[in-house]
Design a protein around this ligand. Structure first.
Ligand code: URP
Ligand code: ZN
Ligand code: ZN
Ligand code: ZN
Length: 513
């Protein structure tokens, strides 16, 4: 006799990072309890004791999406550096609206940023995390959430005393560092300091790799010629800006044998140096995002006239590539393993808002675009439906690898007995008439979507988290009490097999002590 299941999903086409097969899934107490091959087509196993059945014949059933790159409640409009170049806005989404938008796009876990600034009151990383967690608790969250810590200073005492606490108490096992933005960036020697401290605590370093000096120099040149319109943002950041910084970050990380994750990789210039480092056996991981697969410099001229300020809606850093050739290279990188994860970099600023996109010249416009809800449907429509990537690769990039990289596997990112019952179910192929997206379809708190008018051929039909159906046929059914804070473990994707491990002169042999 089976236990009494709370929910059973029968006859689904279960897609994991490795397999596509027909399984029935028995769910109890928010966890996947039993997996069994589908029973005679559509009949339910007589021996199963069930309170609710979901027949998903011909539906693709996948682990819920894990979005490892989401900015919520980030407000850089106050403090002693009120408007750091390009990051000084107020995020339009909090944990309520951001997690709601995620659910409606099939995502069941978000990892968001607790962002240190150079303000004196932000010296303590623990205080920064407590403040962001307070913001999460103030509204609650529809889905489970965790934090990365953004570190913008190399205070040795703080790194030494607080990083172990972040790991042990909070389960925060990833930090993000910047190589650009005047008030966020670390110099090379500071990057080494923080990377080494992170390494000692088994914290994964995420890196925003753009050459800040090149950007500043190009920005000044553009400004001196009166080229201030939003689309010049892209000219201030040609692909070599990313390529140079990626290469430098790899050299620094290799020196001390620190694993590195490149976030929001937007160009083949960067993807190529990452690929070369991976080929040398270095523990280098990479993320790309929907904007880099679906937008180009041309989209920065989309509204009215090339100089129209509304084009600020499309500004993010790095910018998307000049033309579709970078998109092709990035799809290749998804296919061939250069990219470990696919995240949204949801960084939502309203257009029509004094703390949003409506400011001065391209230098001051906050960088970042919304996308937590469109992340999975875009990759499904443009990647899976077209055959550019397999359904298994989709699951690997959007769920399983983020879970492994960020120390959540197999609780998250898997359909296995014992895993959290976090599941996304798509419409059967061809059953949802293709439709054009408009911002009214979405559930974020932003007044636009960069993907307005794009055609989609699928969308999550059901989102299930902890065994509860929280999104069904266009209706949000969850509650803000459903999401819990997640403590995470270390990176589970390995430390590389590089040559230097056998080199007696290796720096890491003496510098780590
Ligand atoms: O333009 C971007 N990517 N904004 C978000 C902040 C960041 O650097 O991730
Ligand atoms: Zn970044
Ligand atoms: Zn206009
Ligand atoms: Zn970001």
């Amino acid at each position: 006799m089976s236990p009494k299941f709370d929910l059973v999903i029968v006859n689904g086409v279960v897609v994991t990072a490795s397999d596509v097969s027909s399984f029935d899934i028995g769910i109890k107490n928010g966890k996947i309890h039993t997996l069994a091959p589908s029973w005679n087509g559509n009949a339910i196993r007589p021996s199963w004791n069930i309170s609710r059945v979901f027949d998903s014949t011909t539906y693709q059933v996948m682990p819920g999406g894990i979005d490892g790159h989401v900015h919520l409640c980030q407000d850089l409009t106050t403090g002693p550096n009120p408007c750091p170049l390009g990051l000084g806005g107020q995020c339009a989404d909090n944990f309520e609206t951001g997690s709601r938008s995620a659910v409606c796009g099939g995502t069941t876990t978000i990892i968001t940023f607790a962002t240190q600034t150079r303000a004196e009151e932000d010296r303590s990383l623990l205080k920064v995390v407590e403040a962001y967690n307070g913001r999460a608790q103030a509204t609650g969250s529809y889905i489970d959430y965790a934090f990365h810590i953004i570190i913008v200073r190399d205070d040795k005492d703080v790194l030494e005393t607080e990083l172990p606490v972040l790991v042990k108490k909070w389960g925060i096992t990833s930090c993000k560092l910047f190589m650009t933005y005047e008030t966020m960036r670390l110099q090379d020697y500071q990057l080494l300091d923080v990377m080494l401290a992170a390494l000692k605590n088994s914290i994964t370093t995420m890196i925003h790799a753009e050459n800040g000096d090149m950007i500043e120099w190009l920005t000044e040149k553009l400004e001196s010629k009166g080229m201030l319109a939003p689309h010049y943002h892209a000219l201030s950041r040609p692909p070599s800006v990313e390529g140079e910084a990626a290469n430098r970050a790899i050299v620094l990380a290799e020196l001390i044998e620190n694993p590195l994750l490149f976030v929001h990789v937007g160009s083949s210039a960067s993807a190529n140096v990452i690929r070369a480092a991976q080929t040398r056996g270095l523990p280098i991981f990479a993320e790309t995002c929907p904007q880099y697969l679906n937008l180009t410099w041309e989209d920065l001229k989309r509204f009215h006239s090339p100089t129209c300020f509304e084009n600020s809606k499309m500004i993010c850093s790095p910018p998307p590539g000049p033309d579709s050739s970078d998109q092709d290279a990035l799809y290749l990188g998804l296919h061939n393993g250069t990219f470990t994860i696919f995240s949204s970099d949801h960084c939502p600023y309203k257009y029509d808002d004094p703390h949003g996109k409506m400011v001065g010249s391209f230098r001051l416009i906050p960088n970042g675009i919304p996308g937590v809800e469109t992340r999975l449907p875009l990759l499904f429509t443009r990647g899976v439906s077209t055959g550019r990537i397999t359904p298994q690769k989709f699951v690997e990039l959007a769920s399983t690898n983020p879970a492994k990289l960020y120390g959540l596997y197999p609780r998250k990112g898997a359909i296995l007995p014992g895993s959290d019952a976090d599941i996304v179910i798509w419409h059967p192929e061809g059953s949802l008439p293709p439709f054009k997206l408009t911002n009214r379809h979405l559930h974020h708190n932003v007044d636009y979507t960069p993907y307005e008018g794009m055609e989609f051929d699928n969308w999550p039909r059901y989102t299930i988290a902890h065994g509860k159906v929280i999104w069904a046929n266009g209706e949000l059914l969850g509650s803000l009490r459903d999401g819990k804070y997640l403590r995470r473990g270390p990176n589970q994707l390995g430390k590389g097999v590089a040559h230097f491990k056998k080199d007696p002169r290796r720096v890491a042999a003496w510098v780590h002590g």
